[in-house]
Design a binder for this molecule. Structure first.
Ligand code: 5RP
Length: 225
């Protein structure tokens, strides 16, 4: 739904003000947010500094002339706008479809106002239909795959062009086919405590706003926190 993705990307860019440090998400929806920021810088003289969540987004932002810093150079990020793969009604979500979950979670962690932009197909009652990405160190990754198999998580290594996918941080991704995640917080705790897991795609209650586009237009949902 390209039109919906573009709508939410443009809507989210309205929250960006002069002087802000802005986190740029990754994926086909965040792409439109980055495009709109590029347009505002060029046509409206918007002055911002951005940090990015992947090498793909960095290349896109550089192409558009958006001034970039490394996350290590900023104390905090005023606003980050990113896509998501699934979002439930209490703002837990799955991210990492584009393989950028680690950088995305680092940037989100240091962000004051965190916004997701999605089309309505991403809003779900229960997380888990989308395979949960887990970023793992390369050393012992096969052992971890066996561990997840024994747990019944139906894991697979992510591949790209017939080869194992390697993230910007030089890790592998194991996708877990869970079908239904009964308790995202309990699963997050389990994965956080699993040796070899660098990060997982459960972003539980981190986001402040979700901007959703659908056939009835654009809605801004605010978290209760
Ligand atoms: C990348 C992500 C993306 O934000 C997520 O996969 C949504 O992507 P898209 O907007 O292309 O559907 O988490 O790691």
């Amino acid at each position: 739904m390209t039109a919906f993705k573009e709508l939410v990307g443009i809507e989210a860019a309205k929250y960006v003000k002069n002087g802000m440090v802005v986190g740029l998400g990754t994926g086909s929806t965040a792409h439109y947010f980055v495009e709109e920021l590029g347009r505002r810088i060029k046509e409206e003289g918007l002055e911002i500094t951005a940090v990015t969540t992947s090498s793909v987004t960095s290349a896109h932002a550089e192409h558009l002339g958006i001034p970039l810093k490394n996350i290590r150079e900023v104390e905090s990020v005023d606003l980050t706008v990113d896509g998501a793969d699934e979002v439930d009604s209490v703002f837990n979500g799955i991210k990492g479809g584009g393989g950028a979950l680690l950088m995305e979670k680092v940037v989100a962690t240091y962000t004051k106002d965190y916004i997701w932009i999605v089309d309505e197909s991403k809003m779900v009652e229960q997380l888990g239909t989308f395979k949960l990405p887990v970023e793992v160190v390369q050393y012992g990754a096969e052992n971890l795959l066996r561990h997840f198999t024994v747990k019944g998580y139906q894991p697979t290594f992510r591949e790209q062009d017939g080869k194992r996918f390697v993230t910007d941080m030089q890790n592998f991704i194991i996708d877990l086919d869970l079908k239904k995640i009964e308790d995202p917080k309990v699963l997050a705790q389990e994965l956080d405590a699993t040796v070899g897991v660098v990060e997982h795609g459960l972003f539980n209650g981190m986001v402040n706003k979700v901007i959703v586009a659908g056939k009835d237009g654009v809605k801004v949902l605010e978290s209760g926190k």
